[in-house]
Write a protein that binds this ligand. Structure first.
Ligand code: NOJ
Ligand code: CA
Length: 711
C-alpha cells in the first residue's frame, strides 16, 4: 500500500473514533479511561469514582528507529468480556475465578505505516495492560531503549519497597511515603554477592496504601522474552515510571514481531486481607493456561536438607580446603578432605532415614558435586559440570536407598551465575538426573552473570530461566530457582516452576539478618507473583549454640517459624533446620509434619503489611484446617474467629503458642501446645510475642476427643 493511501485510510478510521475510550470492571467499581491527546496515548484509573492513577503516559522508546511515543491515531478499538473458573495444579485455593472486561485499542502511526495495540483488562480487583506488536511489513525487528509507561499515583502513599537492582532482591524492606523514597534510598540496601542498585528506583511488586486506606499493588505478570521492570520514583510528583533492566550494551529488549510485552498490573482493594486474597489471582489470571499435555507428574514437596549447616558455617559445600581446582583435571581422590564436607554418603543416609521416619517427600543435598572449592567470586566460567559427584558421595547407592524408603533426593545445580556453562551442560545434567531418579532440582545463580555484563533480570536471563523450566518439563523435572527473577504468575503456564527464592530468604538470618517484620511484608510483595522457597523451620535460632560468642540469631520465636508454613504460601516447603534440632523439640516438630502444602481454600483473617498476618487454610482434599499467625517486632493480640469452619461440627484444634516470657530475643524456644474443642462459633484472643506467632492444626473431633478434650 502506498504511504499516502495508508495515511488517508487511517485518518478515515480516526475520524470515526472517539479520542477517549473507557472500560469498567465487572462490578463497576474500577474504571479505566484511555485517551489520545496530541497524538500521545494516556490512561487513567478510578476506583469508586475516585482517581487511583492520574493521567499517565504510555509508550516505548526505540534505540534503532522510530519510537512508540507519539504520532498515534486510534485506528480501531473493541471491548469484550471473559469469565471462567480454572483449577491450578497446586495453589492456595482449588478454583480461581478469572472474570474481566477488556478494551483493546489499536493505534496507528500513519506516517510510519505501522500499528500497535494496547490491551486493558479490568478485574474487580485490578487492572492489567500490555503493549502488543503485531507482525507487519513495517514492523519486524526493533530494539527497546526504554519503556516509558507512567503510573501517576493519586497521592503520596505509604509504600513497602526494596531498592531497584538489576541483580538481586535479597533486601529488607523500607517503609516510607513515596516522597521519602529519594532520601531513604541510599540506606535501603546492604551487601550482596551480585548487585547493581538503581538510584531512586524500587522493585515490583510494590505494596502501597493511600491516606484513605486503599491498598494498591503495582507489579507485572507473564514476564516472557522481556527484561524485568523496576519503577523509577519521582518523590516530588508521586510519579512512578518503568525502568527496564539493561544488557551489557545498555539496551533493554530485542524484539521480533509478533510480540506482547508482559502485563503491567495495578491491584486495588479496600482491605489488606483482600489484597492477599486476590492480588495473586490478578497475576495468575493474566498468564496463559498451562501448555503441558499432562501435569499429574507435578506434585507438592515437603523436604529437609543438608543445607542450613553450610549456610551458617558449621559445614562446607567443598570437599577440600583449596582455592584452586581445575574441573575434570583435579583428582579429588588424591585430595585431603577438609573433614567438614556434609554431603557425604553416611550423613545423607541419616537424612533419608529421618525423612522416611517423619513423612517428608524429599531430601535436598547441596555440595554433592565437584567444584565448590573455588566456586565463588572468581568469575570462572567452567565451575561445575553438574554430573561429577565428590568421592565421598555415592550418587547411585544413595538414590537407590532413598527410593527404597519412599523418599527422593533433590538435585542441586548451583551455576555460580556462569550461565553459558550451565546451558552447555544442561542436557547432560538432566539426563544424569533421569538416570538416578531425581525429579526436582534447586538451581542457583550466585554472583555476577556470565555472559559478563548481563544481569540477573535482563532479557537474556529472563529467557534463560524459562528455557530451563521448559527443558526440565521434557524430563518431568520440577524447578526451584534461587537468585532468579521474581515470579510473575508463570506457575499457571509452567507449573513445574514450583517455587523460587527471588527475595531475602531465611539464609539471610545468617548473613546479616532479616527484620522481624520481613515475613509480614513478603506476602504483600514478592509472593504476589508466586510461591517462595523461604526455608522456614529454624528451631535453634541463636548461633552461639554452635559457635560460642556468635551473636547471629534468627529474629523469631520458634512458634513463628511454625506459623510461616501457613502464612508463606508455597507447594514446596522446607523444614530447614539441622535435623538433630527437630529431635530436641518433637512435639513442636509435629506441626511441620502435619501441615499441608497444597490447599483447597484460603481465608485471610487479618493482615496489615509490616505488622501482622493471620491466615486459615483448608488442606487439599481433606477436612483439615491450618491457621498461621505472625507479628512483627511488636507483641500483639490477634482475634481468631473460627467461623471459616463448617457449621454444627466439632473439631480438635492443636494450638502452638509462644511460651511464657518468650520473644525473639529472650527464650525464643519457649512454647506451649494444647488441645481444644472448637466449632464455627469459637472465638479466641490469641497473644503473640514480639516477632512471635501462633500455629494451629484443626481436625474433625472423634467421640473420644469430645470426652477427653476441653471446649
Ligand atoms: C544461595 C542460595 O539461596 C542458597 O540456598 C544456597 O545454599 C547457596 N546459594 C549455594 O548454592
Ligand atoms: Ca539466595
Amino acid at each position: 500500500m502506498n504511504k499516502i493511501v495508508f495515511a488517508f485510510l487511517c485518518l478515515m478510521i480516526l475520524s470515526k473514533s472517539a479520542i477517549s475510550q473507557s472500560v469498567a470492571s465487572p462490578d463497576g467499581n474500577l474504571s479505566l479511561r484511555f485517551e489520545l491527546k496530541d497524538s500521545v496515548p494516556y490512561y487513567y484509573l478510578d476506583f469508586k469514582g475516585k482517581p487511583i492513577i492520574l493521567k499517565s503516559k504510555l509508550g516505548l522508546k526505540v534505540a534503532n528507529g522510530d519510537s512508540f511515543l507519539k504520532g498515534f491515531g486510534i485506528k480501531d478499538y473493541n471491548t469484550s468480556a471473559f469469565k471462567e473458573d480454572w483449577n491450578p495444579v497446586m495453589g492456595e485455593t482449588k478454583t480461581i475465578n478469572n472474570h474481566y472486561n477488556q478494551l483493546r485499542v489499536i493505534l496507528a502511526q500513519p506516517s510510519l505505516q505501522r500499528e500497535i495495540a494496547i490491551t486493558f483488562r479490568l478485574y474487580d480487583y485490578g487492572l492489567g495492560f500490555r503493549y502488543e506488536f503485531p507482525e507487519q511489513a513495517n514492523l519486524n525487528y526493533f530494539v527497546i531503549k526504554e519503556e516509558e509507561t507512567q503510573f501517576a499515583l493519586a497521592g503520596n502513599h505509604k509504600a513497602w519497597w526494596i531498592p531497584g537492582d538489576y541483580d538481586t532482591q535479597e533486601y529488607n524492606y523500607t517503609t516510607s511515603s513515596i516522597s521519602e523514597v529519594a532520601a531513604l534510598w541510599p540506606k535501603s540496601y546492604d551487601g550482596n554477592a551480585s548487585q547493581t542498585p538503581v538510584k531512586n528506583a524500587i522493585q515490583t511488586p510494590v505494596m502501597m496504601k493511600s491516606a484513605g486506606g486503599i491498598y494498591l499493588n503495582i507489579a507485572e505478570a507473564a514476564l516472557i522474552g522481556y527484561p524485568a521492570m523496576h519503577l523509577a520514583v519521582n518523590s516530588k510528583t508521586n510519579m512512578l515510571k518503568t525502568h527496564l533492566t539493561p544488557d551489557a550494551q545498555g539496551m533493554k529488549g530485542y524484539i521480533q514481531t509478533p510480540f506482547n510485552t508482559p502485563w503491567r498490573t495495578i491491584a486495588v482493594t479496600e482491605s489488606a486481607e483482600n489484597m492477599l486474597t486476590v492480588g495473586p489471582h490478578l497475576l495468575l489470571n493474566l498468564n496463559e493456561p498451562t501448555k503441558y499435555a499432562t501435569t499429574d507428574w507435578i506434585k507438592p514437596v515437603k523436604y529437609i536438607g543438608v543445607w542450613w549447616e553450610m549456610i551458617m558455617g558449621k559445614s562446607s559445600w567443598a570437599y577440600a580446603d583449596l582455592d584452586n581446582v581445575h574441573l575434570g583435571e583435579t583428582d579429588y581422590s588424591k585430595l585431603t578432605p577438609n573433614g567438614k564436607h556434609a554431603a557425604n554418603t553416611e550423613y545423607v543416609k541419616k537424612h533419608i532415614d529421618f525423612a522416611a521416619k517423619h513423612g517428608f517427600d524429599a531430601v535436598l543435598v547441596e555440595g554433592w558435586n565437584e567444584g565448590w572449592e573455588d566456586w565463588f567470586g572468581k568469575s570462572k566460567e567452567f565451575v561445575f559440570d553438574f554430573v561429577t559427584p565428590y568421592p565421598d558421595f555415592d550418587v547411585k547407592g544413595l538414590n537407590e536407598y532413598a527410593h527404597s524408603k519412599g523418599v527422593k533426593l533433590i538435585m542441586h545445580h548451583e551455576t555460580s551465575a556462569s550461565v553459558t556453562n550451565y546451558e552447555r551442560w544442561i542436557d547432560t545434567a538432566f539426563k544424569f538426573m533421569d538416570k538416578f531418579g531425581y525429579n526436582a532440582v534447586k538451581t542457583g545463580y550466585v554472583g555476577n552473570i556470565i555472559p559478563r555484563g548481563e544481569h540477573h533480570y535482563s532479557q537474556w536471563m529472563i529467557d534463560h530461566y524459562l528455557r530451563v523450566v521448559k527443558k526440565a518439563a521434557e524430563h518431568k523435572i520440577l524447578i526451584n530457582s534461587h537468585e532468579s527473577v521474581r515470579p510473575t504468575g508463570l506457575s499457571r503456564t509452567y507449573p513445574n516452576w514450583i517455587a523460587a527464592e527471588a527475595a531475602r530468604g531465611t539464609e539471610y538470618e545468617a548473613f546479616g539478618g532479616n527484620n522481624p517484620e520481613h515475613t509480614t511484608i513478603l506476602p504483600f510483595t514478592r509472593l504476589m507473583g508466586g510461591p517462595m522457597d523461604y526455608t522456614p523451620g529454624i528451631f535453634q535460632t541463636k548461633m552461639d549454640y554452635y559457635f560460642p560468642g556468635d551473636h547471629r540469631f534468627v529474629k523469631t520465636t520458634l512458634v513463628k517459624q511454625l506459623a510461616l508454613y501457613v502464612t508463606m504460601y508455597s507447594p514446596l516447603q522446607m523444614a530447614a533446620d539441622i535435623i538433630d534440632n527437630y529431635d530436641r523439640f518433637p512435639d513442636a516438630f509435629q506441626f511441620i509434619k502435619d501441615v499441608a502444602v497444597d490447599w483447597d481454600d484460603t481465608k485471610v483473617l487479618k493482615a496489615e503489611p509490616g505488622d501482622y498476618i493471620l491466615i486459615a487454610r483448608k488442606a487439599k482434599g481433606k477436612d483439615e484446617w491450618f491457621v498461621g499467625g505472625i507479628t512483627d517486632e511488636n507483641e500483639r493480640t490477634l482475634p481468631i474467629d473460627f467461623n471459616f469452619l463448617e457449621p454444627n461440627a466439632s473439631y480438635v484444634a492443636t494450638i502452638y503458642e509462644d511460651g511464657k516470657d518468650a520473644d525473639y530475643i529472650n527464650n525464643p524456644q519457649r512454647y506451649k501446645i494444647y488441645k481444644k474443642i472448637v466449632s464455627s462459633k469459637t472465638k479466641l484472643n490469641q497473644k503473640l510475642a514480639r516477632s512471635g506467632g501462633v500455629a494451629i492444626s484443626i481436625k474433625k473431633a472423634t467421640k473420644e476427643d469430645l470426652k477427653r478434650i476441653k471446649k
